[in-house]
Design a binder for this molecule. Structure first.
Ligand SMILES: Nc1nc2c(c(=O)[nH]1)N[C@H]1C(S)=C(S)[C@@H](COP(=O)(O)O)O[C@H]1N2
Ligand SMILES: [Mo]
Length: 390
């Protein structure tokens, strides 16, 4: 994207097209800056990278250089889905809760909005987010909704109900391969969680973000929000909650979203197919600015909501130094951090950050990760950035 700055903002930032030209850099390399700050350009952005995000396009990613607070504006929140964005009429919309429950429920949006509501900051990334997209498949919002467990209790889950499946309005043709044959069937987007996870206080059925009704991009009129989980768990255009006795092994649960990962079991390496669930700790440097006579490195971290032990930053071949976590950070929102970089010398530098959970999970290097993971989802590897100091 060409980050749109007004002329006034450019002047405030002490940054002009001429300055950029002197550095030999196109304007698209510049992050957003605040008054009194000067943007430091990243030099690792591919020349053909097109940041122009059409707010109406069904798929869009976030230019992470523009992150400046706990919530992503609704028109910039990243968006992705498998079968396009269905147009849902809120007047005829019903949420159905059925399966192994005592009482099947069918609720209108009004009935859902009248239920007790909670507001929670939740950030997430797509499990396919990666360095290739400059980590732009991530965003954070303040979600309003009603707790899933209260609705399940209202329906009364029978003791044999073990799995809770969430279906979207959206559907499409799915290839189901089986022993050399491929069967084509029409299926709704569906994801499941265990009853234990469904009965936790965190999951909510959300109808608003940042104080406004969900847009079509975010799953209007209703979506599941699974705090601490990868994007795929947050089912948009939610229309059915089905409780069942058996595991749900739908396409988007068991096949399209999986990770092939190795573990050491009794000194032996064992490769396992695993489902996409909670976010692994990841931190990303999003923006570097010159402020007075030092530089400030900005970034964000996402994890499963367990306490973060630290985010550290390393400059070139220096040692890891702790970043400062933002006071506004919350358990499930993205966690913003800054690192004050003193004595930056002119020229190109490599910066990298590393998140560590309190439970010991560490954001791996790319080499460490590829040694234990063959498939590309859940890439939480460290993401070195290059900047040019003038
Ligand atoms: N109904 C439905 N929900 C869905 C999807 C989908 O295809 N259909 N895609 C999932 C995936 S893979 C991601 S990463 C998130 C993206 O949420 P967002 O578009 O609000 O950023 O939605 C999830 N929920
Ligand atoms: Mo995703």
């Amino acid at each position: 994207m060409t980050i749109k700055m007004t002329r006034r903002e450019m002047l405030q930032a002490g940054l002009t097209a001429a300055t950029l030209a002197t550095l030999g850099l196109p304007e698209s390399m510049m992050p957003a800056v605040l008054q009194g700050e000067t943007a430091v350009p990243f030099t690792d952005i591919p020349a053909n990278m097109n940041f122009t995000v059409d707010p109406n396009a069904p798929n869009r990613f976030l230019d992470i250089r523009t992150i400046d607070g706990p919530y992503t504006p609704k028109e910039k929140f990243f968006a992705t889905q498998h079968h396009g964005q269905p147009e849902v009429d809120p007047a005829t919309f019903r949420l159905k809760v059925d399966g192994t429950v005592n009482k099947t429920l069918e609720l209108t949006m009004d009935e859902i909005r009248k239920r007790p509501s909670v507001q929670v900051p939740v950030g997430f990334e797509c499990s396919g987010n990666s360095r290739g997209r400059l980590q732009g498949l991530a965003s954070a919002g303040l979600w309003t909704g009603t707790r899933l467990k209260d609705l399940l209790n209202a329906a009364g889950v029978k003791s044999e109900g073990k799995e809770v499946v969430f279906f979207g309005v959206d559907h499409g043709e799915i290839d189901v391969p089986f022993r050399g044959q491929t069967y084509k069937v029409d299926q709704h987007f569906g994801r499941s969680i265990t009853i234990e996870n469904a009965m936790k206080p965190e999951p909510i059925l959300a109808y608003a973000m940042n104080g406004d009704p969900l847009t079509k991009h975010q799953g209007f009129p209703l979506r599941l929000i699974m705090p601490g989980w990868y994007g795929v768990a947050n089912v948009k255009w939610l229309t059915q909650i089905h409780v069942q006795e058996t595991r749900f092994v739908g396409h988007y649960q068991a096949r399209w979203y999986l990770t092939l990962r190795s573990e050491m079991v009794g000194g032996q390496e064992v490769w396992k197919e695993t489902e996409i669930s909670r976010m692994r700790p990841k931190s990303v440097i999003s923006r570097v600015v010159k402020s007075g006579n030092h530089h400030v490195v900005h970034g964000f971290a996402l994890n499963d909501g367990s306490p973060l032990k630290s985010v550290e930053v390393k400059i070139d071949e220096g040692s890891w130094a702790p970043a400062t976590m933002d006071k506004s950070n919350t358990q499930f929102g993205w966690k913003l951090f800054t690192y004050v970089w003193e004595g930056a010398t002119p020229g190109e530098h490599t910066l990298v950050s590393k998140a560590t959970n309190a439970n010991g999970a560490v954001q791996p290097t790319q080499a460490e990760l590829t040694a234990t993971k063959k498939t590309f989802l859940e890439d939480n590897s460290q993401f070195p950035r290059k900047v040019m100091i003038s």
